[in-house]
Write a protein that binds this ligand. Sequence first.
Ligand SMILES: [Mn+2]
Length: 347
Amino acid sequence: MPKLIQSLPPGPLAIIGDVHGEIDALLALLHRLGVDPERRRAQRPVVFVGDLVDRGPDSVAVVEVVSRLVDAGLAHAVLGNHELNLLQRDRKEGNGWFWGDAEDYAQLDSGSVRFASRLATPSDRDRVAAFARELPLVLVRDDLRVVHACWDPQAAGQLPEAGEHDVLADGFAATIDADLVAKGVPERAREERAEFGGLRVREMEPNRHLYAVVEEDTAHQLRNPVRLLTSGGEVEVPVGKHFFKGGKWRFVQRDRWWRNGADRPTVVGHYWRRRVTPTRGDLELWDLTPPFQWDEGVFCVDYSVGYRYKERVRGRVSGFHGGLAAMCWPERVLVFDDVDGAPTATR
Ligand SMILES: [Mn+2]
């Protein structure tokens, strides 16, 4: 059972964003950073912000490379929501590889399509789970904190010193469920969803705000510390502003929690940041912050390499929009897997 909040090593670090099974991007980035997993050498230790797995072509190989570096004392990592899903045996889009499911699909707004990734054997599955089970939720030292999605001191204060992520998350969820059931919320939410096609049909847009759905969704996200730290807060959208995304009508959206400020520089992943501010289409949370900028002492280092599997499905083979990034600390210089030249992140 790991200690859930652990110390970062002293000295310079390279903090690497969500890898999502993109083994080629990982090896290219490590090479640029002077890290050699074969010879177990590194110019500086690397820190992974979680979400090593899912979607990309080879999550098994990514975990192998990262575990080798961790075992050699050259890498540290925190748990992401995608690792938590595997530990909780929660089958989701993009994690079919773990269950040996060759029928895994990518959910595009136009529908779902199959994509290819290396399927785990039973022993791969055991190794990946054993690796994920030992990860802390937070890594911290005086000048820096690393957490997958969200830092929340109150939530962190509710955690035991050590614990099993899936057992803890399930325990918090059971308490929240009992409370919601006592208030009749799940039954009302079921009725609300049933009335609008389970909220999974774009043509069946709800014509009103669904309050029980909102209460159910926000309770499970905000009141479960394991979920809050690994996937961030969800807040209610204003009445009438519900939206269709990822194949579902939604009444809650991700919370820009960092706008409350952080007590020390905090690096997260999770939020699908882009290298170029989009001029049209859906804006993600970090699209509201210039591409290489800190926001209230928080920096998202996930530059959406995890989007490549969807780009491949659409026929792209190079020149991907998203990249795998590392933030060199304390220099605040970014290094990408696929472009030369390093932007410095501005405060
Ligand atoms: Mn994530």
